[in-house]
Design a binder for this molecule. Structure first.
Ligand SMILES: C[S@@+](CC[C@H](N)C(=O)[O-])C[C@H]1O[C@@H](n2cnc3c(N)ncnc32)[C@H](O)[C@@H]1O
Length: 144
């Protein structure tokens, strides 16, 4: 499993608590400060202090594809080209039928329509919680 933009590691901790083995998790975090903290907090988990846009050229798990990618990236705040580079790279690491599970505070698609039109990726809302402030939504991004 790959997590994009793990930040302080809230989702990382939840994934490990739910049984994902540390050696089966790779974290891609752009901020060096967060990456150092993640390395200290999650021994055995591979932390890559890189942009998720570099995924297309990264070798993870010896080239073995993963079933899911979890993302806390703020895709709506990123330019279209960067979002496309990230998604194109991500899908190189996903098994056929695999998906990106994307967390967002937006009740609308976390990927702009222009990017979806250009790429053919599909977005579906699969969860929400109003107990979070602001309310949070969970989306599944697939290859369409
Ligand atoms: C909204 S925060 C995620 C919060 C995280 N779920 C937590 O619990 O702390 C987004 C994270 O994505 C990271 N980030 C932003 N752009 C990135 C990129 N291009 N590649 C990888 N990480 C990125 C930020 O440094 C930040 O840690």
């Amino acid at each position: 499993m790959i997590e994009l933009g793990p930040g302080t590691g809230v989702f990382t901790r939840a994934l490990l608590e739910r049984g994902v083995k540390p050696e089966n998790l790779a974290l891609i975090e752009l901020s060096t400060a967060f990456a150092r903290r993640l390395e200290a907090d999650f021994p055995g988990v591979a932390v890559h202090n890189r942009s998720a846009a570099d995924l297309k050229e990264m070798d993870l798990f010896g080239g073995a594809p993963v079933g899911a990618v979890v993302s806390g990236l703020g895709l709506l705040a990123m330019p279209d080209d960067l979002v496309l580079a990230i998604l194109d790279g991500v899908f190189r690491h996903l098994k056929p039928g695999g998906a990106v599970i994307q967390f967002s505070y937006s009740p609308r698609s976390p990927v702009r329509t222009g990017v979806l039109d250009k790429s053919g990726y599909g977005v579906e809302r699969v969860g929400r919680t109003y107990r979070n402030l602001p309310p949070a939504f969970v989306y599944k991004i697939t290859q369409g």
